[in-house]
Design a protein around this ligand. Structure first.
Ligand code: FES
Ligand code: FES
Length: 162
């Protein structure tokens, strides 16, 4: 049996310490160890983006990151977007623009969009498309998703105070 290694990680502002195998993936820690199942697991091969989370400020596909590579890191998942009962502006905009159907891609889309807007608060439509190019949606099509992200970038949605 593979040796277990200690992992210290901060997820959505909470500190966790757990023991994982060397090949345990970050998505497995998030979903299976911490029970944060808003992060989805689709292709499991870095292709679909359903598992996207923000790791130390960067959008990453958590099926392509070993948990131990995130030792000491700060992770934000979709569960960390809302402030209490107040949805994040991107969540509100996705709702208002009908930017989801089955919802399987949605948490990954939201996390890529957040990472994009954190780095570039006023992206062009092309930059938005580039920002979510690693996230596949088989239902909605991308126009409503891009419009929702653009609406937040244009300041149409206020962020709640914590
Ligand atoms: S599940 Fe990670 S990219 Fe598809
Ligand atoms: S809403 Fe179904 S995959 Fe995007």
């Amino acid at each position: 049996m593979a040796e277990m290694h200690r992992l210290r990680i901060r997820v959505n502002g909470e500190d966790y310490e757990l023991y994982v195998r060397p090949k345990t993936l970050l998505v497995e820690v998030i979903r299976d160890h911490l029970g944060l199942t808003g992060t989805k697991r689709g292709c499991n091969s870095g292709a679909c983006g359903a598992c996207t989370v923000i790791l130390n400020g960067m959008a990453v596909k958590s099926c392509s990151v070993l948990a131990l590579q995130a030792d000491g890191a700060e992770v934000l998942t979709v569960e960390g977007l809302a402030k209490g009962s107040e949805l994040h502006p991107l969540q509100k905009a996705f709702l208002d623009h009908g930017a989801y159907q089955c919802g399987f891609c949605t948490s990954g889309m939201l996390m890529s969009a957040k990472a994009l807007l954190d780095e570039n608060p006023s992206p062009t439509k092309e930059e938005i498309k580039e920002g979510i190019h690693g996230n596949l949606c088989r239902c909605t099509g991308y126009n409503s998703i891009v419009r929702a992200i653009a609406a937040v970038a244009e300041g149409k949605y206020e962020e709640a105070e914590r």
